[in-house]
Design a protein around this ligand. Structure first.
Ligand code: ZN
Length: 280
């Protein structure tokens, strides 16, 4: 398994000199399995760059969406494989409150985008799983999904393949003030013993209570989850657009204080655009 971050920013792209090291593109992660299967997590603006690589292949692409907020679908019209003749692209929509499984394509309709959905040459299939089916196979991977706590709702994913387990949980508020879809302990069981937990860490405790209910977690709670589920690594994800590179360094330092106090072996890092993990 080879995993690369293509977009790690939450809410809106953040270009600028203060955001170069961690990157300003929104949510997108690519996982290539040993059998060659390509799994893409979310279609934020980071997916444009990934498209430059995947357009060189002809094999199916499996796109797992957490939900339909703009920062998770906005890059799709610029993902060049969608214009490839007969390229197989399977889209798994998130479990959103409104049942809009093809919203990622409909964002190209009407006055919103110059190229209409009819111009897409790829064979795009919306794979809407029946309610209650939360486990499925993609290539050699076993994929599980779980509902998240977020305005408009959405899905987390756990991918097990090549002897590794990766959990992708964003955008998710671990302790929301509104009615929870999923309890903290359910997230623990979902990501139990993960080699890598990628989790929403948009805020810090110091940002609260101003941003409670906005649908994101604080970094300290992501650390708590990672330690509770015995994850080997925690990738802080969905960085706040206000957070500069230096600010993110401070978040990591602060999180590591918790790890030290807990005498944990957890490795915490802030995900950054272009960063690749090969788990070797
Ligand atoms: Zn969202």
């Amino acid at each position: 398994m080879r995993l690369t971050f293509y977009g790690v920013r939450g809410s809106i792209p953040t270009p600028g000199a203060d955001f170069i090291r961690y990157g300003g593109n929104t949510a997108c992660v690519h996982i290539e399995l040993e059998d060659g299967t390509d799994i893409v997590l979310d279609s934020g603006t980071g997916i444009r760059k990934l498209g430059e690589q995947l357009v060189k292949k002809q094999t199916p692409i499996h796109l797992l969406l957490s939900h339909n907020h703009w920062d998770h679908i906005q890059g799709f019209p610029f993902f060049t494989p969608i214009y490839q003749e007969n390229r197989e692209i399977n889209i798994y929509p998130g479990q959103t409150m409104l049942n809009e499984p093809d919203q990622i394509i409909r964002q190209m309709e009407g006055s919103l985008f110059p190229v209409p959905p009819e111009a897409l040459k790829a064979n795009i299939t919306i794979e809407q799983l029946p309610e209650g089916q939360d486990k499925f196979a993609i290539g050699s991977a076993v994929v599980k999904r779980l509902r998240m706590n977020h305005p408009g709702k959405g899905s987390a994913y756990c991918i097990e393949a090549d002897g590794l387990k990766v959990a992708y949980i964003t955008d998710n508020e671990l302790y929301p003030p509104y009615k929870k879809e999923t309890d903290f302990l359910e997230f623990v069981m979902f990501a139990l013993d993960a080699d890598l937990l990628i989790h929403d860490a948009q805020y810090m405790l110091s940002d609260m209570p101003a941003k409670t209910g906005w649908g994101h977690s604080v970094a300290e709670e992501a650390v708590k989850l990672a330690m509770a589920c015995n994850a080997k690594k925690l990738a802080l994800y969905s960085h706040d657009p206000e957070r500069t590179d230096d600010d993110i360094d401070d978040v990591v330092t602060h999180c590591n204080e918790y790890v030290t106090i807990a005498e944990s072996t957890l490795h915490v890092f802030a995900s950054s655009e272009g960063q690749t993990l090969d788990f070797s």
